[in-house]
Design a protein around this ligand. Structure first.
Ligand SMILES: N[C@H](CCC[C@H](N)C(=O)O)C(=O)O
Length: 282
């Protein structure tokens, strides 16, 4: 099976082009686990499939390294956009990608040799209703700066869905943040029936955040595009940023520019890069 490994700010996936390869549906979960394994496989944060769509120009499916399928992946969308344009799956610089979480529109920014350097994605509108994150529990319809205790530790979270669920915590300093302890525990907490991606955010200014993440299904990653979007939405809801202000989010793997526009849609701009192509013998 031919594959291409790509990354968005160090959040890497194995990409398979379903216009060329045929994969059995029942094998996808195991394939994601095996290919992602850093010792016995290729090594990545998961598997992403690029295929035909009846509702958009191409379709993206994303599986975390534990085999769980997610409804959206921001870094993945930028890499799918770059791959689709450079491999002639699309011809225009602006096109649409279908995900399980909905259809997003992307614009590739090319250089003089028509190589895609960065991609802008209109991620659509965030979902804030508690029961649509989904998050269990009584209380207000949306979860903004809500106290939660996990394993005896207390924190205040803001829950945002970008098609996939996120719990955002604002902290004074991301360096010592308990990403691999509290973040990991919260990501599988029963109050989130589908699990949750957990973001720790330090607000440097209204237009500059620092960010670390524990991803549902993949653990600590170098970057999370949907998480950076959720962080800025949470930042506006908590009064750190004005809606419409672009925010530079510093992730461990690099920077994304995120804007929660006044029309309600969230826009993400950032890089996408190839690592290698190859043949996997499964
Ligand atoms: N772990 C996520 C999927 C990948 C999201 C992330 N890598 C991104 O760039 O948005 C989830 O289970 O919802």
């Amino acid at each position: 099976m031919k594959f291409t490994k790509m990354h968005g700010l160090g959040n890497s996936y194995i990409y398979v082009n379903l216009f060329e390869e045929v994969l059995e549906e029942e094998s996808l979960r195991t394939l994601a686990i095996n290919l992602s394994n850093r010792n016995t496989g290729i090594g990545s944060d998961g598997l992403i499939l690029i295929g035909p769509s009846e509702r958009a120009d191409v379709r993206m499916r994303i599986f975390n390294l534990d085999g769980s399928e997610a409804k959206n992946c921001g870094n993945g969308l930028r890499c799918v956009a770059k791959y689709s344009f450079e491999h002639g799956l699309v011809s225009a610089e602006k096109f649409c990608i279908e995900t399980l979480g909905g259809i997003v529109s992307v614009t590739v920014h090319i250089n003089e040799t028509r190589i895609v350097e960065t991609v802008t994605v209109n991620m659509g509108t965030p979902v804030l209703a508690r029961n649509a994150i989904p998050m269990l529990g009584e209380g207000k319809e949306s979860v903004v700066n809500e106290e939660i205790s996990v394993g005896g530790e207390t924190a205040w979270i803001t829950a945002v869905s970008m098609g996939n669920p996120h719990a955002v915590l604002f902290v004074p300093d991301v360096e010592p943040a308990p990403v691999a302890t509290f973040g990991k525990a919260l990501s599988t907490d029963e109050r989130f029936p589908d699990g949750v991606n957990v973001e720790f955010v330090e607000v440097l200014s209204s237009t500059e955040y620092r960010f670390r993440v524990w991803e549902r299904g993949s653990g600590m990653t170098e970057a999370c595009g949907t998480g950076a979007c959720a962080a800025v939405v949470a930042g506006v809801l908590n009064g750190h940023t004005k809606q419409g202000e672009p925010v530079c989010v510093h992730l461990p793997g690099g920077d994304l520019t995120i804007t929660w526009a006044v029309d309600g849609t969230v826009h993400m701009q950032g890089p996408a890069a190839y690592i290698c192509t190859g043949e996997a013998h499964m």
